[in-house]
Design a protein around this ligand. Structure first.
Ligand code: FAD
Length: 403
């Protein structure tokens, strides 16, 4: 009997795994199970060009419709896996018969962290994870509407930028003392705060949200003891790993399904890839990443391991964010103790911040600075040591840094 691989989660990692399994010559059956009604799609445009109305829905889909049939992959949509029975190697479905597997890949991604304060369930409170969320938001995204964004992270700020462009009256509430505090350096936080302020976005830092107010729907938001009127609330306060299936099945989980460098879980028949995993990253410590790069690269490594040609995964993580006409690109993982080297002037809206650790380039944050990002990523991967004065010197082209 040919082998059967079942993939739970029809998202970025799930679709990549189908493609890679076939590319690596896997000839058995593949079933891709997705609880959403959409075939696998890319999420990044959802809070950017798609929300702005400058990105057509068909372009969101990662593969043409014909891909799955041509790849001999049974794509089951609107299908939610309820449990994994490891001894029998069965996936129990929420409805319909269980599905047998020889090998299983968990690519279940994350779900949004919900606001728990009073009023959080009122109509008019939105989240942004999938196509359906954007569609619901679009319906109320009218010029002049008062939008309260809860959370000054990537998603909240990308939505704030789109909303400002579309003429909404935007206020961002952030409990920390700076924007994107979990993800970027203080230099970047300050730069983005200034850009949002320039666009007319009101920023309320160190302001935790206490309640959403309204009778039948959102009318305001109480934060830092003050009530701010609002018509729409968009919550972007992070995500939680969808690791429940794995945990209940007895697999090791710790804010994510624990996998090794070959995306393998503690069960020799089960792998996991993407946002739902915790793996030992390129710096040698356990990490859970939430980015397209990790979903794609880890799925590729899972596929290799599933066909018996394991290769260690140690790629440098990279990420991007679009806000206004600013393209932020990040490679590597910065730490607060890193030495900061700035290259270029933020006033020109084109600059980079390098993070040096023990003299070596550990991470780069580049704003509208493609060469700094591209070459910076290479320097991070190689752990290249570069003198700070040289890195900051705009008369030395980035190409020469890599030479
Ligand atoms: P997902 O793409 O989330 O796919 C997981 C799928 O599994 C989902 O469809 C889920 O419904 C399904 N599923 C879960 N449990 C079950 C079950 N029991 N049964 C059946 N199906 C199930 N990353 C970047 O690198 N750059 C960006 O600019 C960027 N922007 C983003 C903007 C937004 C609005 C969002 C939401 C994310 C963004 N990301 C960005 C993150 C990126 O989209 C994720 O890292 C990526 O989608 C992870 O892929 P994944 O396959 O692990 O999970």
């Amino acid at each position: 009997m040919p082998e059967k691989i079942v993939i739970i989660g029809a998202g970025q990692a799930g679709a990549q795994a189908v493609q890679s399994l076939r590319a690596e010559g896997f000839g058995g059956g593949i079933t891709l199970i997705g609880e959403e009604s959409w075939p696998p799609y890319q999420r990044p445009p959802l809070s950017k060009a798609y929300l702005l109305g400058q990105f057509e829905r068909p372009r969101l889909f990662l593969k043409p419709d014909s891909f799955y049939a041509e790849a001999g992959c049974e794509l089951r949509l609107n299908a939610r896996a309820r449990a994994i029975h490891r001894a029998e190697r069965l996936v129990e479905m929420e409805s319909g018969p269980s599905i047998a597997y020889d090998k299983l890949l968990l690519a279940t991604g994350t779900r949004v962290r919900k606001l728990t304060c009073p009023g959080a369930e009122l109509p008019g409170v939105h989240y942004l994870r999938g196509i359906d969320d954007v569609d619901a938001l679009q319906a109320v995204f009218q010029s002049g509407a008062r939008l309260a964004v809860v959370g000054g992270g990537y998603i909240g700020l990308e939505v704030a930028a789109v909303a400002a462009k579309r003429g909404l009256d935007v206020t961002v509430f952030e409990a920390m003392d700076r924007l994107m505090a979990r993800a970027v350096s203080p230099q970047l936080s300050a730069f983005y705060a200034a850009e949002h302020a320039k666009a007319g976005v009101k920023l309320m830092l160190r302001t935790g949200v206490e309640a959403i107010q309204g009778t039948d729907r959102v009318e305001g938001i109480r934060a830092g003891g003050t009530v701010y009127p609002a018509d729409i609330v968009l919550v972007g306060i992070g995500v939680l790993a969808n690791d429940d299936l794995a945990r209940v099945a007895g697999l090791g989980c710790e804010d994510g399904i624990i996998v090794d460098k070959n995306a393998r879980t503690g069960d020799a028949h089960i792998w996991a890839a993407g946002d739902c995993t915790r793996h030992v990253g390129h710096e040698g410590h356990a990490i859970r990443l939430e980015c397209v790069q990790n979903a794609i690269d880890q799925a590729k490594h899972a596929a290799l391991a599933m066909v018996g040609r394991p290769k260690d995964y140690s790629e440098v993580p990279w990420f991007w964010s679009d806000q206004y006409d600013l393209k932020l690109q990040i490679a590597g993982l910065a730490r607060p103790t890193d030495m900061i080297v700035q290259r270029g002037d933020p006033a020109n809206r084109k600059f980079a911040v390098f993070h040096l650790r023990d003299g070596a380039v550990a991470a780069v944050e580049a704003v509208n600075a493609a060469p700094e990002y591209m070459i910076g990523k290479k320097l991070v991967a190689e752990g290249r040591r570069i003198a700070p004065e040289r890195l900051a010197d705009l008369s030395v082209p980035m190409k020469q840094m890599a030479a």
